[in-house]
Design a protein. Structure first.
Length: 332
């Protein structure tokens, strides 16, 4: 695992000797987001090969550690989504075996992956995020679901957003327009995770801001504005081509555009993230930016937001991933 270090130092931001880099792209896993991850992994692998990087796509299964020990890649690109890829556990194991990887540390992921923890951290740093409560299933069982839900509605009103505290791809996320819909939304949300986050539904322009750090500190890429034709950016709107219109850069006044970039970079920094992240937020009618969540392993599929932002910035996905991999290899 040594090829990257000297070359990063000598080649600056270029990719002149990148073909010497041998990398493994991890995708698949057993999470609900397995299919999305495989699409991300294939896209990253193809993009890397296009710029001459020797990339092999690998599942994160029981053969992984043996394969890594035999192969000793210079660095790993984690294209796993959901728990294994984002909660820090896989990264803990990669640290254990001394494998270099692109992205945030296990400790940072543990905080960022949990939406309630991430919201608390960014709020403490002065960013705006909708008020929330995050509760595990037993609390509702023990105190009586109806009594707890009544208090939540009394505090926040409607409409509400209900989503798993930990999860992704909008799985289990639901808008609740009337209080009567809340119990059913909770039941369905608990099928995706054992803790639920409830917060006021925020109207406005949905945006996603990717942040990458190619060596000069975290930089925001152009914000992507998301306009799903169904009105809801759910799983189908995300991964079915043609169901959502994306505007990159987002059609925001210059001041709001600067603010969303700043929010994404600050969220990345406050949470101690590394290399890349994507912050999801809503810009309200008065121009304020409400942080929703941050992704430590952003989607990389054909319809994903980070690759769109990379393209809008005039960069090439393979080149960006290659540079991040070289930095990871240099870290060792
Ligand atoms: N408070 C809110 N107000 C309005 N819409 C919201 C709110 N929270 C979430 N949403 C909507 O639900 C979607 C999913 O929520 P969020 O991005 O927080 O979770 P996720 O499932 O982890 O998504 P991802 O795949 O981006 O990781 C958002 O893209 C947005 O459309
Ligand atoms: Mg999101």
């Amino acid at each position: 695992m040594s090829a990257g270090a000297a070359e990063v130092a000598s080649s600056g931001t270029g990719l002149s000797t990148v073909d010497e880099l041998a990398v493994v792209v991890l995708a698949g896993g057993l999470d609900l987001e397995r299919e999305v991850s495989l699409r991300s992994g294939r896209r990253v692998t193809d993009a890397l090969r296009e710029v001459g990087v020797h990339a092999r796509l690998s599942d994160a299964d029981s053969g992984l550690l043996t394969a890594l020990a035999a192969e000793r890649p210079d660095a790993i690109f984690i294209a796993l989504h959901g728990q294994a890829g984002e909660d820090g556990s896989l990264r803990t194991v990669l640290d254990l075996v001394g494998a270099a990887y692109v992205g945030s540390t296990a400790a940072a992921c543990r905080v960022a992956w949990d939406k309630a923890n991430a919201k608390a951290a960014v709020r403490a740093a002065g960013l705006r995020t909708p008020d929330w409560v995050a509760l595990p299933h037993p609390t509702f069982r023990e105190l009586g679901a109806a009594a707890v839900l009544d208090r939540i509605v009394a505090r926040f009103g409607v409409p509400l957003m209900v989503k798993p505290v930990q999860g992704g791809s909008a799985l289990g996320a639901q808008q609740v327009r009337e209080a009567e819909e809340l119990p059913a939304a909770m039941v369905s949300c608990f099928s995706y995770g054992d803790a639920v986050l409830i917060e006021p539904y925020v109207s406005g322009v949905e945006i996603a801001v990717s942040v990458i750090d190619l060596g000069d500190g975290p930089q925001a890429l152009p914000a992507v504005e998301i306009v799903p034709s169904s009105g809801v950016f759910d799983y189908a709107s995300r991964y079915t081509a043609g169901t959502t219109t994306y505007h990159t850069p987002a059609r925001l006044p210059a001041e709001a555009a600067a603010r969303v970039s700043d929010v994404a970079v600050r969220a990345h920094t406050v949470l101690g993230l590394r290399d890349l992240s994507r912050t999801d937020a809503i810009v309200t009618a008065d121009g304020s930016v409400e942080f929703l969540e941050v992704n430590v392993s952003p989607g990389m599929t054909e319809t994903s937001l980070l690759p769109m932002a990379v393209e809008a910035a005039g960069l090439e996905l393979g080149e960006v991933c290659g540079r991040l991999l070289r930095r990871a290899a240099a870290r060792g």
